[in-house]
Design a protein. Sequence first.
Length: 326
Amino acid sequence: MRVGFLSLGVCLPKRIMANDEWSRYVDTSDEWIRERTGIERRRIAGPEEGTATLAEGAARAALDDASLQAADLEEIILATDTPEVYSPDTAAIVQHGLGCREIPTYDLAGSGCAGFLQGVDIACSRVRTGRRNVLVIGVEVISRIMSWQDRNTCVLFGDAAAAAIVGPVNGAGEVLAVVAGTEGGKAGILGKEIGGTRRPFGPEHVASGEYNRLIMNGREVYKEAVTRMTAAAREVLDRAGKRVEDVTLFVPHQANLRILHSVAEHLQLPLERVYINVQDYGNTGSASVPLALWEARAKGRVRPGDLVLLTAFGAGFHWAAALIQY
Ligand code: ACO
């Protein structure tokens, strides 16, 4: 059976926040952010927009794109590090909001920017064992739970939701191969600790300002992101019996322009074949890869017959890659 993407959908917060605005909250500048990250602006969710509403918006757009109804969905996998509530999972809230049947739903929580491709990996196997129409969503509203006083991290991120419906395909959109991996030994380099059972949330964390702080060793993350995304891309090409030269468009996780350039250089892929939108959205975590793929398709950068390579890396550390034949 051929399995692949039946459709894509996106939902973006309305507010666009340019780099300059960050200098109101932290000691930074548009120049610093552009030079180090390539980011120029990002979306920030407003009071009416949340993880579940954005996820539902992306899901509805993906349903429209596939000419399907919510009742046609057979499973929902939602990847996020910024859930609507601590419990239950956001996927259950989205299932109800969409008006689905009583289908199984679950969140992939904590796998950061690799979450969407991990979800695609699982969805492909679910379809092979009999499900049709598995909705995979990547969504983050990180602006609401991160520290707006920590310049090391706050300038990097943006809010967004993007989704794909995975199911049996007749050629176009086929996932030729997908790979994923984890190295749990590096978990301490990137993450958020306060609020878990190891360090339950308490008033002392408000006093110390730790309650919403993201722990991040930027340089280590940078190195690992380049190494792992490059390796995952090579592995998925090998698995499908394809070469780098066969790739029409490379759509990597949009963390940082320098990371993207470096991965492309390691793969010896010319930049004309790399889709980049980090300048407009910043790092949108698990929404990043499907948002970039959706936008590339909307701009006519994905045509019938194209071979599209996706790769992502995130907290955990987790990584994944997929190869799509359009
Ligand atoms: N504005 C101004 N100065 C800043 C800012 C800021 N927003 N943030 C940090 N700095 C300062 C630091 O305080 C430090 O100052 P110091 O040297 O006086 O101590 C200096 O800039 C840091 O400089 P470098 O370490 O040389 O910065 P670098 O070139 O490594 O860039 C960055 C930092 C952008 C975080 C980079 O390491 C990076 O992109 N790493 C990857 C991080 C990432 O992508 N995280 C997202 C989550 S994971 C993922 O999606 C893959």
